[in-house]
Ligand binder design. Structure first.
Ligand code: 3PG
Length: 306
């Protein structure tokens, strides 16, 4: 089979070699499209592709239309909001993700971002410590749990909420269950967001929730920019001069916000939560193995468009 690795943001070379080795050993041919400029460049590669590995690359109806042989898309990572699932299903294309494989990298970044903000973005002004503070984790999945464990090791109290977990499951995962989202926000010096972007969650975090946070609190977003209501965020930061926002996914109006709020806001120049060699290797190799397994046995483990 012909397998395309399509990554606008490339994997580390060591991960690419590992992916190629796994696929070649199973008799598949591999082609690579990295740092491509636009959708047209991806479409131009799709004609004979049987399966593809992507990261945040967008798989649109136009991409699927250009790929008559395509059977499988594996998103090497957790979030698959970049894939048009309905269109993939209509094209009889199986879509999978590789849950958990890049979680540690994202969790480490969330912790790093908290400390970066606590230390006033590494400027000389006096900062604060995170030890003794409370972190509220919004969604206690693979990344949320790792953030919780690391925060606990750093001396923080850990609250969590997750619509898919019972209070007992949150307690077993090492956090104190919050009774409601409002309680999580009002009790946490830091809130770390780990929800996916879905029709239900898009723009779900705005003025009302953000202004519930206690004095001096920081909102940490290593999830998706779409889950923030940016107008509400701006209003909250304008009215509450003590609040801060740090994000791995720059808001649309970041330069204006940065100008207005200075070191109370920070966004990475490019999404980098999963951008470690380890995460690239874990997620990339898992994706390659899932492709081999699918063509060898028909296994649809990790399929997300059932
Ligand atoms: C994910 O959903 O797995 C992360 O957001 C990582 O995305 P990336 O592969 O584009 O860095």
């Amino acid at each position: 089979m012909k397998i395309l690795i399509a990554t606008q943001k490339p994997f580390a070379p060591v991960a690419v070699s590992g992916i190629k080795e796994i696929l070649n050993d199973a008799g598949h041919s591999v082609c690579i499209l990295e740092k491509y400029p636009d959708e047209a460049a991806l479409i131009a590669e799709m004609a004979e592709v049987d399966a593809m590995i992507i990261r945040s690359d967008k798989v649109t109806p136009a991409v699927l239309d250009a790929a008559p042989n395509l059977k499988l898309v594996v998103r090497a990572g957790a979030g698959y909001d970049n894939v048009d699932l309905a269109a993939a299903t209509a094209h009889n294309v199986v879509v999978m993700n590789t849950p958990g494989q890049n979680s540690n990298a994202v969790a480490e970044l969330a912790i790093a971002m908290m400390i970066f903000m606590a230390r006033t973005q590494f400027t000389p002004s006096t900062g604060t410590e995170i030890q003794g503070k409370t972190i509220g984790i919004q969604a206690f999945g693979n990344v949320g749990r790792l953030v919780g464990a690391k925060a606990k090791a750093l001396g923080m109290s850990v609250l969590a909420i997750d619509p898919f977990l019972s209070k007992d499951q949150i307690t077993e995962g090492g956090a104190i269950p919050a009774a409601s989202l409002e309680e999580l926000y009002s009790s946490s010096d830091y809130v770390s967001i780990h929800i996916p972007a879905t029709p239900q969650t898009i723009k779900s975090i705005g003025y009302d929730l953000i202004t519930k946070m206690p004095k001096g609190a920081t909102l940490v977003n290593t999830a998706r920019k779409e889950v923030i209501d940016e107008e509400g965020l701006e209003k909250a930061l304008t009215e509450r001069e003590d609040l801060k926002y740090v994000t791995d996914v720059a808001p649309d109006n970041y330069s204006a916000l940065r100008e207005k709020f200075g070191t109370r806001i920070f966004a990475t120049p490019k999404k980098m939560g999963a951008q470690t060699a380890e995460a690239n290797i874990n997620a990339g190799l898992a994706a390659a193995r899932q492709i081999v397994e699918y063509f060898a046995t028909g296994s649809t483990r990790f399929q997300v468009n059932r």
